[in-house]
Design a protein around this ligand. Structure first.
Ligand SMILES: Cc1cc2nc3c(=O)[nH]c(=O)nc-3n(C[C@H](O)[C@H](O)[C@H](O)COP(=O)(O)O)c2cc1C
Ligand SMILES: C=C(O[C@@H]1CC(C(=O)O)=C[C@@H](OP(=O)(O)O)[C@H]1O)C(=O)O
Length: 389
């Protein structure tokens, strides 16, 4: 499976085309819209989220609620477009129409503005920021929702929550099932399972906002039900953990990834890192622990996948940082119109989506996937094969 995205932050719409889905998979726009709404929530977001009401329009690849096996096309309209249709117009304008274009010449430290301008020769940095904006993650979440649907049909669940914001860490909170974890995270304004920490996280966001600053954090994605042996050790670009790492780092502002114990492994001996293998008739192969987070040799072990990503603080700050105007080369202290002060909760939904996508992609690459009914049967057989191996 593959997907492309297109669209500018303040353009008319965002689009994704998903290719390679099996035929016969149930899919409705409502299922996608549930995830789009989850991405829009989260304490610390700016005014833009009050304008948008993200909804997917399915314009190809589905008939009477079932995928056809042909490319699925999804569009999400930008409600904010009505305020930007002149600034973001498609038709040509004279070079000196800067007042209409709202030309940007002052790059923000930490955003893509300056490096993107140099790369594409854009002396109007709006041409960079429109596409580098995390508005694009809307349609990645839409594609991820489709992937989650495919995984769900195969008995694979994916969920996410927030572990840390601005130095406030959540305590470990036990949960019965991934569904209950998801429900609890969805019910928290910061997607945190630890209510006490959630309160402190919101206070940290308020303080950052009051100071004109921004804060980042850590999110965790968990996936259960993956059969063992998906991915491959035989070639670097077939390793599934590496694909997940790339997918998370590809999300705007994500700077680090870890699996299982992650960076903690540096401080522990091997006997306290590797997961001992056990077997029983009922469960097949299991591990007594899951410190490696579900991967060995770039392949799933059959244990839950546990992957975390760290998001840096948002670059657009009300508190001015020094930069240089690309026209005058004069220094200036940045001023802004609006921005999120923390988008970690929203980003946790994006992480969940990109992880789901990579897992669904790996499954459809490894098993016959033209037909949903056959794929279901094949994955069930693989689980049984793995149990008795
Ligand atoms: C959900 C989400 C919302 C974001 N909102 C903002 C924002 O309001 N203002 C901003 O400057 N950056 C925001 N970012 C981060 C920038 O998009 C990101 O830092 C920028 O594209 C540069 O890419 P890099 O940080 O990966 O190098 C957001 C990121 C995510 C995932
Ligand atoms: C629009 C979204 O996030 C945007 C991501 C973003 C950025 O620079 O990444 C900047 C802000 O855009 P604006 O300047 O229009 O307020 C955020 O609101 C979204 O998540 O849907």
């Amino acid at each position: 499976m593959r997907y492309l995205t297109a669209g500018e932050s303040h353009g008319p719409a965002l689009t994704t085309i998903i290719e390679g889905l099996p035929a016969g998979m149930p899919l409705t726009a409502e299922e996608i819209n549930t995830d789009l709404a989850r991405r829009q929530k989260g304490y610390g977001r700016g005014r833009r989220m009050q304008i948008e009401k993200d909804r997917a329009i399915i314009s190809a690849g589905v008939r009477h609620g079932l995928t056809l096996g042909s490319p699925v096309a999804l569009t999400v309209e930008n409600r904010d477009w009505v305020h930007w249709n002149k600034i973001m117009g498609i038709e040509p304008l004279p070079d000196d129409a800067d007042d209409v274009k709202r030309r940007v010449t002052r790059p923000r430290p930490g955003h893509a503005d300056l490096a993107g301008g140099i790369k594409y020769g854009h002396r109007d940095l709006r041409n960079v920021l429109e596409r580098s904006s995390a508005r694009e993650t809307t349609v990645r979440v839409a594609a991820g929702a489709v992937a989650k649907k495919l995984l769900k049909e195969l008995g694979i669940e994916v969920a996410s929550h927030v572990l840390e914001i601005g130095g406030v860490r959540a305590e470990k909170v036990p949960y019965d099932s991934l569904a209950s974890l998801q429900e609890k995270a969805d019910g928290s304004p910061v997607r945190c399972l630890d209510d006490g920490a959630a309160q402190k996280m919101m206070e940290a966001i308020d303080t950052a906002k009051k100071n004109g600053d921004s804060i980042g954090g850590i999110v965790e994605v968990i996936a259960t039900g993956m059969p063992a042996g998906v991915g491959s050790y035989v070639h670097y670009d077939r390793k599934l953990d590496a694909k997940l790492a790339r997918a998370i780092i590809s999300i705007n502002a994500f700077k680090g990834v870890e699996f299982g114990l992650g960076f903690e492994m540096a401080h522990r001996p091997g006997s306290e890192v590797h997961d001992e293998i056990a077997w029983s008739e009922e469960t097949g192969y299991t591990r007594k622990t899951n410190r490696l987070g579900g991967f060995e040799g770039g392949m799933t072990t059959g244990m839950p996948i546990v992957v975390r990503g760290v998001m840096k603080p948002i670059p657009t700050l009300y508190k001015p940082l020094q930069s240089v105007d690309i026209e005058t080369k004069e220094p200036f202290a940045a001023s802004i119109e609006r921005s999120d002060s923390c988008a970690v909760p929203a980003a946790s939904v994006v992480c969940e989506a990109v992880v789901a996508w990579e897992l669904a992609e790996a499954i459809t690459a490894q098993f016959y996937s033209d037909r949903m009914d056959v794929l279901k049967k094949t994955v069930a057989e693989q689980r049984e094969y793995g149990r008795l191996f």
